[in-house]
Design a protein. Structure first.
Length: 243
């Protein structure tokens, strides 16, 4: 597994074994320098053992933020309710804010049926690539809608991200768009039940260090309506399959 996959795997394992109150305490500690050591010194055996497991991971801030984000994702939502929460990339991560990279990987890692990614700049980020490959191996249907230089002369990014990934790839051909128009939406929709909509492209900079903001929508009608709109664009020929 990649380093990011190991972080996600351990975080998901802890989230399934510990009660929500413990998860929140651990997530908060991860976002504070030496927070795990302080928590371990004052907590009971259950939390001490979790801290010991987390100490096996790299101790850089990006790894801690990713682990905290996955942990928080496991307790933030009641499946019977709809919710909208802010998601950030950038400085001053706190327990009330989830990191964009953690949300993206968490959503893909927990996908059961389908994943839709729409993006302007979509790079082959290793952590995202690993999560998508694992989802595909579970039988999850993946659809990628990305910008291409052949359709937009102002675009200079890669036009075929995640090579080798089994996915339906769609484009917005140049002859079907107004002059100068860009495929500029940034969307991630999973299982018609969760949607991340925001400013972040699917790139290392946007997921890890830029100042970006998005909204994670769980439940309600918005996720399925987003997916249905993309399906409609494909049905009416505006979006076409890349051969």
């Amino acid at each position: 597994m990649t380093e990011a996959s190991e972080v996600v795997s351990l975080s998901v394992s802890l989230s399934r074994r510990l009660p929500p109150a413990d998860i929140r305490r651990i997530a908060s500690a991860l976002l504070i320098p030496h927070g795990l050591n302080t928590l371990r010194a004052t907590a009971g055996q259950r939390i001490r053992e979790a801290c010991d497991e987390l100490h096996t991971l790299p101790r850089d801030s990006a790894t801690r933020s990713l682990a905290a984000g996955v942990l928080l994702g496991s307790v933030e939502h009641d499946p019977g309710q709809s919710s909208v929460i802010p998601v950030w990339t950038g400085p001053d991560q706190t327990a009330s804010n989830r990191l964009t990279s953690a949300v993206v990987i968490d959503l893909i890692a927990n996908a059961a049926e389908n994943v839709l990614i729409v993006g302007y700049a979509v790079h082959n980020e290793p952590s995202v690539a690993s999560a998508l490959q694992q989802a595909a191996s579970r039988g999850v249907a993946i659809t990628l809608v990305v910008e291409r230089s052949i359709d937009n002369t102002n675009f200079s990014g890669g036009s075929h991200p995640f090579p080798g990934l089994v996915a339906t790839r769609l484009c917005w051909p140049a002859n079907l768009r107004p002059a100068g128009a860009s495929l500029h939406a940034k969307l991630l929709v999973v299982d018609d039940s969760a949607a991340l909509v925001g400013s972040a492209n699917m790139t290392g900079a946007a997921l890890g260090k830029n100042l970006e903001c998005g909204l994670l929508v769980r439940g309600g009608s918005a996720p399925v309506k987003i997916r249905e709109h993309v399906d409609q664009l494909r049905s009416n020929g505006q979006l076409q399959v890349v051969n």
